[in-house]
Design a protein around this ligand. Structure first.
Ligand code: SF4
Ligand code: SF4
Length: 489
C-alpha cells in the first residue's frame, strides 16, 4: 500500500513532495514530512490534550499524598512492597482481576470510539501522537515555520545556521526523551530520593537500563520513525478497517463539492468568486494544498479515505481557514460518514450511535465500569484463605482422638496496622488449637500464616462433617471460612 510520492502545491507556490498511501512501490526512500502549523478548533483540542497529558504524566510522581507506611507519593509502584499505591487505593498482585478488567474496558472503549469517530484515538490520545506533536513543537521552536524548515533541509551541513538550529532541536529532543524515560522510572520509587539516587549513581541497575531503553525508544519513535509507527508498526492501524461502518464519522473530503464537473482549480482571476467557479463547472477546492501541508502523516485527504489517516482533523482546520478566506461555506473537508456523503444533499453531521454494534460496546462499557467500581468499593480490608493440610489428611492420636490441621493465611490491605481474632463455630469448647494466635497483629501490606489444629474424640469426629472458622477485625468486619473435618469413616 504505502509508497507513492506525489507533488502538491503549497500556498507559496512551491511544489512539495509528499509520501502517499498508494498502490505503488512497497519500498521507497523516506521523504521527511515537514508539516505546517495551523490554527483551528481541532488544533486547539489536540494542543489542550497534549498539555493536559504531559502535565499529568510529568507531575504525577511529584504529587504528595499522606501515607502511614509508605512514602508520601500519590502514585507509586512499590515493587519491593509488591503493591501499587494510587492515591488512597492500594492494589496488590492478587487484585490482578482489576487490571484484566481495566484492559478489557480500554479495549472496548477503543472499539467504541472507533465505531463512532474512526481513528480518533490515534489522532488525539495515542502516546505516539502526543510525543510526536511535542517533538514537532520543539522543531518549530528552534527552526521556525515550515518554509524555514524546508529551506534549512536544503542547506548543506556546513551551513552554520543549520548546524546550530538542527543541533539545538536534536539536543532538545534528546532531553525530552531522557526526561520522559526518567519520569517513568520515578513512578517506581519515592521520586525525590530516586531522582537524587539516579544522578549520584546510587540507583539500582534496572533504573539506568530502563531509562536508557525508554530514552532510545522515545527518540526513535517520535523523532525518527514518526508516522511510520502509525503506518507500518502499530497493529491497531491495520485492523481498524474491520471496525469501521459506512456510518462512522471520520475525516472526508467532500469530492462532489470540491471537484464538481470540471474538477478543482486554483483561485486565479475569474475563478475567485464561488458563482464564477460554479458557472465554469469548478468545485470549491482551490487546490491550495494546505490540507496536505498540515497533515502529520503526509497524505492527501482528497484522494479519499486512507488507512494512514489518523483522523487528527488538522486538514479540517486548514481547509476551513481557506474556505473562510475565500468566503465559501466551511466543511469541504470535515468529519462525516460515507453514507451521508453519498446522499444527493448531505445532512448535518451527527454521530451514528443507534447501531447494534455501538450500543453493544456502550452497554458493555457501562456494565464493566460499574462492576469494577463496585468491586473496588466493596473490597474487604483484608484477604483470607483457609486450607486444610492434606499430608496427612488426619492423624489418630494415642488416645484414639482424631486431629485435622489447617493453614489460615491473612493479608492486611487496610492501609493501617490491624488486629484480627480467629475463632471456630460448630466445634466443642477446646477443640480448636491456635497456639498463641487467637489474636494477631498484622502490619499493613503484610501477610501472616497461622497454623490451626482441631482435635475431636472418635464419636464427635465421626459425627462432624464441616465447621466454620470465623475471622474478625477491630473494624467489625467478619468473614467465615467453611472447613471440612476428615476422619476414618
Ligand atoms: S488526512 Fe487530515 S485527518 Fe488524516 S492524518 Fe492527515 S491531517 Fe489528519
Ligand atoms: S481541500 Fe481545502 S485545503 Fe485542501 S487543497 Fe482544497 S481548498 Fe485547499
Amino acid at each position: 500500500m504505502p509508497g507513492r510520492q506525489t507533488l502538491s502545491a503549497g500556498p507559496e507556490g512551491k511544489k512539495v513532495q509528499q509520501p502517499q498511501s498508494s498502490d505503488g512501490d512497497l519500498y521507497f526512500k523516506r521523504i521527511p514530512i515537514v508539516p505546517r502549523s495551523i490554527k483551528g478548533p481541532f488544533r486547539r483540542f489536540k494542543s489542550g490534550l497534549l498539555w493536559l497529558s504531559f502535565a499529568v504524566y510529568f507531575l504525577l510522581p511529584w504529587l504528595p499524598w499522606s501515607r502511614h507506611d509508605a512514602p508520601a507519593q500519590a502514585v507509586m509502584f512499590d515493587i519491593p512492597g509488591r503493591r501499587y499505591l494510587i492515591f488512597d487505593l492500594i492494589v496488590y498482585p492478587q487484585d490482578i482481576f482489576w487490571l484484566s478488567m481495566l484492559l478489557f474496558i480500554a479495549a472496548v472503549l477503543l472499539f467504541f470510539i472507533t465505531a463512532l469517530f474512526g481513528r480518533a484515538f490515534c489522532g488525539y490520545f495515542c502516546f505516539q501522537t502526543l510525543w510526536t506533536d511535542a517533538f514537532m513543537l520543539l522543531e518549530k521552536l528552534f527552526q521556525g515555520e515550515r518554509p524555514a524548515r524546508l529551506r534549512l533541509m536544503r542547506e548543506p551541513w556546513s551551513n552554520r545556521e543549520k548546524l546550530l538550529k538542527v543541533g539545538a532541536t536534536r539536543v532538545a529532543w534528546v532531553l525530552l526523551s531522557f526526561w520522559t524515560a526518567l519520569t517513568f522510572v520515578l513512578y517506581f520509587g519515592y521520586a525525590p530520593d530516586l531522582l537524587v539516587a539516579v544522578f549520584t549513581g546510587q540507583a539500582a541497575a534496572a533504573a539506568y537500563i530502563t531509562t536508557a531503553a525508554l530514552s532510545f525508544s522515545t527518540y526513535a519513535a517520535a523523532a525518527l520513525l514518526r508516522e511510520h509507527v502509525c503506518t507500518f508498526i502499530c497493529p491497531y492501524g491495520r485492523f481498524q478497517s474491520a471496525m469501521y461502518d459506512p456510518e462512522t464519522l471520520t475525516v472526508h473530503y467532500d469530492s462532489k463539492r470540491g471537484e464538481a464537473e470540471a474538477g478543482r482549480a486554483v483561485a486565479r482571476a475569474g475563478l475567485r468568486g464561488r458563482d464564477e467557479r460554479q458557472g465554469k463547472g469548478h468545485g470549491d477546492c482551490v487546490d491550495c494544498g494546505l490540507c496536505v501541508q498540515v497533515c502529520p502523516v503526509g497524505i492527501d485527504i482528497r484522494d479519499g479515505l486512507q488507512a494512514n489517516c489518523i483522523s487528527c482533523g488538522l486538514c479540517v482546520d486548514a481547509c476551513n481557514n481557506i474556505m473562510d478566506k475565500m468566503g465559501y461555506p466551511r466543511g469541504l473537508v470535515r468529519y462525516d460518514s460515507e453514507v451521508n456523503l453519498l446522499k444527493p444533499q448531505p445532512e448535518p453531521v451527527r454521530p451514528h450511535w443507534k447501531s447494534l454494534k455501538v450500543l453493544g460496546y456502550g452497554v458493555s462499557l457501562i456494565l464493566m465500569c460499574a462492576y469494577l467500581v463496585y468491586d473496588i468499593g466493596h473490597r474487604q480490608s483484608f484477604e483470607h484463605s483457609t486450607q486444610q493440610i492434606r499430608q496427612p489428611l488426619y492423624v489418630t492420636l494415642s488416645d484414639g482422638s482424631i486431629r485435622n490441621r489447617y493453614q489460615i493465611r491473612l493479608t492486611n490491605i487496610s492501609g493501617d496496622e490491624e488486629v484480627y481474632t480467629i475463632s471456630a463455630r460448630g466445634l466443642p469448647e477446646g477443640a480448636l488449637d491456635l497456639g498463641n494466635f487467637r489474636t494477631v497483629h498484622i502490619r499493613n501490606g503484610k501477610s501472616v500464616i497461622i497454623q490451626a489444629s482441631v482435635q475431636l474424640d472418635p464419636a464427635r469426629a465421626a459425627a462432624l462433617n464441616e465447621f466454620e472458622f470465623v475471622i474478625g477485625n477491630s473494624k467489625g468486619e467478619v468473614v467465615v471460612d467453611t472447613a471440612r473435618f476428615f476422619t476414618r469413616k
